[in-house]
Design a protein around this ligand. Structure first.
Ligand code: IMP
Length: 177
């Protein structure tokens, strides 16, 4: 437990659990794209640590790029997705692996699926470290999910509350006091 004057963080996933899961996901992706060069697209800001750790487990050639979206203010989704930075790479005809930190309502993923499909990739799969199945409203499956978690607000390992706590190596349930 980590306590500040106005918040409490309760451990949810340890650094070891996260790193073990990422190795498994990396093996899965390396097998799946054995003779290909997929391009990984990380969704900023939340996925930057997951993306860095995941890429270092890959045993095949791969490329990467980032897209930056925003829908959250504090611990609430605004319900509107804003594109803050588009990808620079040309993904036409490429195998694309979208790397998300967390799927909550699923709005961001739906936005990404439509936007990236417009560029005519050869294939597109979605990987999310965390998934809140009780909240998400998705009409398509997430191809790879690290952990299903309860519908609580979480921070750490790239995930923030008002831009804080991203640097923590483990994941915590966040409560404002
Ligand atoms: P969605 O569009 O509701 O699925 O939300 C996706 C984005 O909201 C994620 O990429 C995160 O940036 C942010 N988000 C959703 N749930 C949480 C959470 O529990 N902690 C921190 N950020 C979250």
């Amino acid at each position: 437990m980590i306590e500040g004057t106005d918040y409490r963080l309760t451990p949810l996933l340890s650094e070891d659990e996260i790193q073990e899961k990422i190795k498994k996901i990396g093996r899965n992706l390396s097998d799946r794209f054995k003779n290909e060069v997929p391009i990984f697209i990380g969704v900023l800001n939340g996925s930057f640590i997951f993306m860095a750790d995941l890429l270092r487990t890959m045993t095949i050639n791969c490329e990467m790029d980032f897209i930056k979206l925003n829908s959250y203010a504090g611990d609430k989704s605004s319900g509107t997705i804003r594109l803050l930075k588009d990808i620079s790479a040309d993904i036409t005809g490429r195998h694309v692996v979208v790397v998300e930190d967390i799927v909550d309502s699923g709005l961001t993923l739906r936005f990404l699926k439509e936007r990236l499909a417009g560029a005519m990739p050869r294939s597109i799969i979605f990987v999310s470290l965390l998934f809140k199945p009780d909240i998400a409203k998705l009409d398509f499956p997430i191809d790879i999910v690290g952990f299903e978690i309860p519908p609580d607000f979480v921070v750490g390992y790239g995930l923030d509350y008002d831009q804080k706590f991203r640097h923590l190596p483990a994941i915590y349930r966040f409560e404002g006091l």
